[in-house]
Design a protein around this ligand. Structure first.
Ligand SMILES: Nc1ncnc2c1ncn2[C@@H]1O[C@H](COP(=O)(O)OP(=O)(O)OP(=O)(O)O)[C@@H](O)[C@H]1O
Length: 274
């Protein structure tokens, strides 16, 4: 029987030279009721980076993001954002979750949903309104601020959730499978929207996804997680030029090589081989 050629090697990612880490995770351990989930995760995300995190279903990606965001206590290890230990949600952090229908308040207008978290910032009402309007404009919803979230399509609702995080002007944006619940066409539009916003706003993004192509298309680096108890299997540099294009970038040989490497890192070839 013919042997399958091993996929081309991808160099393990080195720390970007001269860059400051915004997020530093060291030895993060977290379980539920004595059942270990995260088993000593250590990683750094550097200023201006777009880091994609991929891992098998149920390995603890959401658990990890919640720990990083200060929303969930963990057993041991440290999480630092801008050098300060995370003990609760930091003011410089924005989060976008998968389930926009639960994260937006249906009785508030789109504009008021976006303004809501700004109440907790030391800024005037006028400034909060300006930041909210600017964020809505940047996601293409300037004309929809008066509507209720349920009057919008799923993709538009997720744009509202993105605008709400942006209005906060975060230095670090955590995104948890944000496009998993929208159709394929909307998904590619939202991916390109995120790339535009990321480059315009000099943000740092950690983006969790199930989708290997999405992880490669968006990321500067990919962090591949193992099965539970979960550690980091591999960190890979995505050496595809920017700006990226949904058709041209995905048609390159390098994209196919990276896809094979990430599949291998996630252990898909082992499953296929039995
Ligand atoms: N609050 C909780 N209490 C008990 N167990 C939990 C809790 N939250 C998550 N788990 C368990 O921890 C494991 C990791 O869940 P988590 O949602 O973090 O994984 P995930 O990688 O994001 O999953 P998916 O790929 O399905 O989105 C799962 O086995 C899940 O059932």
């Amino acid at each position: 029987m013919a042997e399958t050629a091993p996929p081309p090697a991808v160099a393990p990612a080195a720390a970007p030279a001269g860059r400051t880490p915004i997020l530093e995770v060291d030895g993060l351990r977290k379980g539920y009721g004595g059942d270990p989930v995260l088993d000593g995760i250590s990683l750094q995300v550097f200023e201006g980076e777009f880091v994609s995190v991929v891992g098998p279903s149920g390995c603890g990606k959401t658990t990890m993001l919640r720990c990083l965001a200060g929303l969930l206590p963990f057993e041991s290890g440290t999480v630092r954002i801008d050098g300060a230990a995370v003990t609760g949600p930091p003011a410089t952090l924005g989060i976008v979750f998968q389930d926009y229908s639960r994260s937006l308040l249906p009785w508030l207008s789109v504009r008021d949903n976006v303004r809501l978290p700004l109440r907790y910032q030391a800024i005037s009402k006028k400034q909060a309104a300006a930041q909210a309007d600017e964020a809505l404009e940047s996601v293409g919803l300037a004309a929809d601020g008066h509507k209720r979230p349920w009057q919008l399509s799923g993709g538009m609702q997720q744009r509202v959730a993105i605008a709400r995080a942006l209005a906060y002007r975060p230095r670090l944006l955590l995104m948890d499978e944000p496009f998993a619940s929208v159709d394929a066409q909307t998904r590619v539009e939202l991916e390109d929207l995120m790339l535009r916003l990321w480059s315009e706003r000099a943000m740092t993004i950690a983006f969790v996804t199930h989708d290997i192509d999405e992880a490669i298309y968006l990321g500067d680096r990919i962090v591949a997680l193992t099965r539970r108890p979960t550690g980091i299997r591999e960190t890979m540099t995505v050496d595809l030029p920017r700006p990226r294009d949904q058709i041209a970038t995905k048609a390159t040989e390098r994209f196919a090589e990276l896809r094979a490497s990430v599949f291998t890192a996630l252990g898909h070839h082992e499953e296929a081989a039995g």
